[in-house]
Design a protein around this ligand. Structure first.
Ligand code: BDP
Length: 329
């Protein structure tokens, strides 16, 4: 074979391959982001989602989940999924706020009265409004995962009243609302990536942070910040979100299969979550963490009035959403 004909053949093969990759028949190797370890409820459910999708689409879509935030921290991963560099991810609505303003409502402290009420809201008409807002920013929310309730923990002392937070340096997720929230309690908030919190607690760069039991436990934060105070100030849902670009490349049949797999994954995650909350609590208690109830939660709630006022002032069009959420019993 001459060099020219080999080149021609090579070019033809390349053209064929390109056509195949662009055709709806080519297998789509989806890359998915997860901040948690594969053994965390979210990791297990995401792997089950990936497996189910591959099976239900007969291998037309083959997702792989990259655990432990190896593909970047959460704000980056959200951006990458929006622009199609990543195909899907499990995202908390906290760091989503700066990108999809309506989702900030879910980051208002004490917005939900309980996790059950949060489920009712997210699985109903109001949840659909959040999905619509996400869709406008390039993300298709296929189902909602649980993330329990977040409480404050620190290296110094039990928090019982807002005054105990005075002067404390507290790590928060990337969202101005949390800076305002800690500020309203008299503390100083530091937005920081999840993966940096352990070391920062250990070295005293920060005094505390806030999270649910499973994350407090899985990150080993309890080893270095042994006072966990049940403030339950935030109940934030998480989505299983697919990039609009990846979604639109699917046939209707495959869209239905992926949606179904996501709904099943969420049901599985919520079940595993309920168990994990118990085992995580047992584990941190067994390791000596001091968990305290907060009797006067109302004091924390009323301290949040300026946070709500500031939010409504900036987003008057979202005021009615707050009222709608509060009306769901
Ligand atoms: C966990 C969430 C995760 C957040 C993390 C955090 O599941 O998405 O990134 O908290 O505090 O509970 O950053």
């Amino acid at each position: 074979m001459t060099r020219i004909s080999r080149l021609k053949l090579g070019a033809a093969a390349l053209a064929a391959l390109t056509a195949l990759a662009a055709s709806p028949l080519a297998a789509k190797d989806w890359r998915g982001w997860n901040i948690h370890p594969p053994t965390y409820p979210n990791g297990i459910a995401l792997d089950a989602f990936a497996e189910k999708v591959a099976e239900a689409t007969d291998g037309r879509v083959t997702p792989t989940v990259y655990h432990n935030a190896v593909l970047g921290d959460q704000p980056d991963a959200i951006e990458q999924t929006r622009n199609g560099a990543l195909d899907f991810g499990n995202f908390n609505m906290g760091p989503m706020g700066p990108i999809v303003p309506a989702t900030n409502i879910l980051s208002l402290p004490f917005i939900f009265s309980s996790v059950d009420q949060m489920h009712k809201v997210m699985d109903g008409e109001i949840g659909q409004r959040f999905s619509d807002a996400l869709a406008e920013q390039g993300l298709v929310a296929l189902s909602w995962f649980d993330s329990g309730a977040r409480s404050l923990y620190n290296t110094k002392k039990p928090v019982k009243t807002p005054a105990d937070v005075q002067g404390m340096k507290v790590r928060v997720m990337n969202n101005q609302l949390y800076v305002d929230m800690i500020g309203a309690l008299g503390g100083n908030a530091t937005p920081m990536a999840f993966g940096e919190v352990y070391q920062s607690l250990k070295t005293g760069v920060i005094d505390g942070a806030e999270n649910n039991y499973p994350s407090y436990e899985s990150t080993n934060h309890y080893e270095v910040a042994g006072y966990y105070s049940i403030t339950e100030h935030l109940i934030i849902p998480e989505c299983l979100c697919v990039s609009t670009a990846s979604w639109e490349a699917l046939s209707d049949e495959d869209k239905a299969a992926v949606k179904q797999a996501a709904v099943e994954a969420a049901a599985m995650q919520r079940e595993l979550w309920a168990e994990r909350e118990k085992t995580s609590l047992e584990k941190v208690k067994g390791a000596g963490a001091q968990i305290n109830e907060v009797e006067d939660k109302a004091a924390f709630q009323s301290a949040m009035d300026p946070v709500y006022a500031g939010f409504i002032e900036k987003n008057p069009e979202l005021k009615s959403w707050i009222d709608d959420i509060k009306a769901v019993k």
